[in-house]
Design a binder for this molecule. Structure first.
Ligand code: NAD
Length: 370
């Protein structure tokens, strides 16, 4: 049995509480003979700042670079509101993304039937929803130079951000989207604003050429980003994989996230370039939610997004799609039995704790892997 090296970075707030449940799921999979994990734990965010005066230590960065995958909890909180900007908790995550060159952010939006009523949209619009947003994460307007505020000298200032995309950046994110679509429902919707942006014109050209050259078997459509925003809330089930840039992806993935109800349910993956020889990618998996300081330490956080992040890790980093399916099935079963943490309580009569939710998922998983 292959041994996979996992680095756990629980972080701050509810991060350690939900990561604890992931560690137990990984242990169960090990005992059941599904896969063997060698886990190490490091510090990131405010907890790393308290220990080392930095948002992540060089030693933990080294572990992250050497790991087969990194599981990340969440960082931040009021305790660190006034620490210097370059060592603020979020700097730890940004450093990981930068050094590991994680250019592809995958955010699935899946609606579990048992939770369809938690969405602000009608049940028939979202029940059974399963879409994947692929967002470019290391380029575009968040990083382009010049990026500044200049004084115009006449009582006015000018704020400047620059949207830049090169062919190779569009091609590599396009490849991730097409490859994913092949393993799903074989459709990619590419989104930009070529009607008003030159980077959008290039984005469309490059994706169209890549499709023609290497992925003609996948259905490709293009939608302007504003129109896609409308379509996401009108009829989201028309989509399979959506690929878009950093800025539009930031917004559209948040819209898609809320289609499904709660932040506590949503995993994500960030992937780097595939190694030319082995095909392995650097990868970091994390829940979409933050450190939730308002509920930290109360033992009531929903661990499903974090456990779902482990499922994504098994599927995308280790090729253990079957085990990933089983984790997701265990989650669906627990929800179908009516078990709820506070954030997804709906009109459930009783709610369960983080630990109880973790335990219920492991009980279901145990049956599925037996
Ligand atoms: P948040 O996601 O932490 O919380 C938003 C709301 O959702 C809160 O009411 C919280 O209690 C609830 N919530 C979030 N996750 C939950 C879970 N698993 N179970 C139950 N309820 C859950 O966002 P925020 O309040 O805007 O930010 C809090 C801190 O987290 C800030 O310091 C922010 O910078 C940081 N943050 C970090 C990340 C990250 O680490 N990737 C992402 C977003 C925010």
């Amino acid at each position: 049995m292959t041994t996979y090296k996992l680095l756990l970075l629980p972080g701050d707030g509810i991060g350690p509480e939900v990561m604890n449940e992931v560690q137990k799921v990984a242990d169960l999979l090990g005992q059941a003979g599904v896969a063997k994990f060698e886990t190490e734990t490091g510090l990131v965010g405010g907890s790393a700042y308290d220990a080392h005066g930095k948002a992540i230590s060089e030693a933990d960065m080294g572990l992250a670079m050497a790991a087969d995958a990194v599981l990340f909890g969440a960082v931040g909180g009021p305790k660190w509101a006034d620490v210097p900007y370059d060592v603020r908790p979020e700097a730890g995550l940004l450093r990981l993304r930068k050094d590991m060159q994680l250019f592809a952010n995958l955010r699935p939006a899946i609606c579990y039937p048992a939770l369809a009523d938690a969405s602000s949209l009608k049940r028939e619009v979202i029940e059974g929803l399963d879409i994947m947003i692929v967002r470019e994460l290391t380029g575009g307007v968040y990083f382009g130079e010049p990026k500044e505020i200049i004084d115009l000298g006449n009582g006015q200032k000018r704020g400047i951000d620059t949207q830049i995309y090169d062919t190779y950046e569009i091609e590599r994110i396009g490849r991730v989207a097409f490859e994913l679509a092949r393993k799903r429902n074989n459709k990619v919707t590419s989104s930009e604003k070529h009607n008003v942006m030159k980077s959008g014109v290039l984005w469309r050209e490059v994706i169209t050429a890549l499709h023609k050259r290497d992925y003609a078997d996948v259905t490709l459509e293009h939608q302007l980003a504003d129109a896609l925003g409308m379509q996401l809330v009108r009829w989201p089930k028309q989509f399979d994989v959506i690929v878009t840039d950093n800025l539009f992806g930031d917004m559209l993935s948040d819209v898609a996230a809320m289609l499904t109800g709660s932040l506590g349910m949503l995993p994500s993956a960030s992937l780097g370039e595939a190694d030319a020889k082995t095909g392995a990618r650097k990868a970091l998996y994390e829940p979409v939610h933050g450190s939730a300081p308002d509920i930290a330490g109360k033992g009531i956080a929903n661990p499903i997004a974090m456990i779902g992040s482990l499922a994504m890790c098994l599927r995308y980093s280790f090729g253990l799609g079957d085990a990933a399916d089983k984790i997701e099935k265990a989650i669906a079963n627990v929800l179908a039995h009516g078990l709820r943490t506070a954030d997804i309580r709906g009109d459930a009569r009783s709610i369960i704790s983080t630990e109880q939710m973790g335990e219920a998922i492991r009980e279901e998983l145990q049956k599925l892997v037996a």
